[in-house]
Design a binder for this molecule. Sequence first.
Ligand SMILES: Nc1ncnc2c1ncn2[C@@H]1O[C@H](COP(=O)(O)OP(=O)(O)OP(=O)(O)O)[C@@H](O)[C@H]1O
Length: 454
Amino acid sequence: MASDILIVDDEADIRDLVAGILEDEGHETRIAGNSDAALQAIADRVPRLVFLDIWLQGSRLDGLDLLEAIKAQHPEVPVVMISGHGNIETAVSAIRRGAYDYIEKPFKADRLVLVAERALETSKLKRQVSDLRRRSVDFSELLGKSHPMNQLRTTIERVAPTNSRVMILGPSGSGKEMVARAIHAASSRANGPFVAMNAAAITPDRMEVELFGTDAPPGVERKVGAFEEAHGGILYLDEVGDMPRETQNKILRVLTEQTFERVGGTKRVKVDVRIVSSTAQNLESMISEGSFREDLYHRLAVVPIAVPPLSERRADIPLLIEAFMKQIGEQTGIKTKAISPEAMAVLQSSDWPGNIRQLRNNVERLMILSREGDDDTPISADMLPHEVGDMLPRTPSQSDGRILALPLRDAREVFEKEYLMAQINRFGGNISRTAEFVGMERSALHRKLKSLGI
Ligand SMILES: Nc1ncnc2c1ncn2[C@@H]1O[C@H](COP(=O)(O)OP(=O)(O)OP(=O)(O)O)[C@@H](O)[C@H]1O
């Protein structure tokens, strides 16, 4: 990840010396000779660290005022003061005003490198902590052992280390954002930011400001857009299918030219950002209707990844329920409970159109509703929220009355076939577990399946 360091000093010798030492250590540096040039450089791109001379001769702002201006705009950027011999008091007052540390001239190369690395490390940790806070506990791990989940994990591992743009396709609540975060965590940008932007939640008139930020004269507060915020990391564009046409055009331009303009600005800004996008919509039909640009689709979906709906990985449901119960228990203090096999069968057979998010919400509801009861009684099927029962698939035999038109022997066969197919599907194709649940010997189940032509 780029560790972009800005060095601000009025003495060219010192600037070059500091830049040379840091570049030898593999850092990227930029230099500024006065306060306005420094603010302009920061406005061009927010650096990861600033070295700032306390005495800036011939500058509009002196070092301490510039420190305040930087901290007001970007409190997250560490600033190390460069102080002249005998300026320690000023250096200490700089620390009170938010400087990270100071080095005293003349300084040794080792000390400079050490301070830079410590400052970069601290700000990286701060970013990680705030990222973790934002993500909260339920974003931490992509759970699931079913075949589709294992395949998904393999795809993530393959695609993460590349710099390719990925588009994640899947229904709402299926875990697209979690997949994007897993790609970030397994990529070389893991220490860089992960910035999520939901195109559906932002009004079209705010969209450009949110993506590209605003321009303002140096020293005046401005909005940093998502593209700049994600420099060195990943920008996750959620619900791209909901992006207005005008924004689609602008994003396409950023992707083709690798630069963008801030709102109200004229200069083109360059950033190093990998884009991961997602949609629950059918972009192909949007393309044929003309509401989504085909060229943008091809640029965003260099690698398309499909996240299967929960109904296609029912085998994961018990494990997800157990994990959610544990998480919710830790968050709320409600004791976790066992679930009876019948209740689990209902939970596993339901259709879950809202996918994992809906499952999690129902687990939470279930825990709250059953907290008053006897602690050792497992949750039974009749304690499940109505929503769960309403999602049970209506089998054709129930809905079309076909069964009633058949003699008992044929009707039984139709029923057995549908029942066993649903159970096998529920246990992810695992015959032993299906046999155990339906109460048959494994070999007897095999024979039965064969005789039914399954
Ligand atoms: N494999 C998983 N393991 C554990 N939790 C998951 C998994 N997939 C999704 N979740 C949880 O389900 C919820 C929804 O996931 P997420 O927000 O990633 O879905 P999404 O597809 O991005 O939704 P939307 O389309 O609405 O943006 C979150 O609480 C997330 O933590």
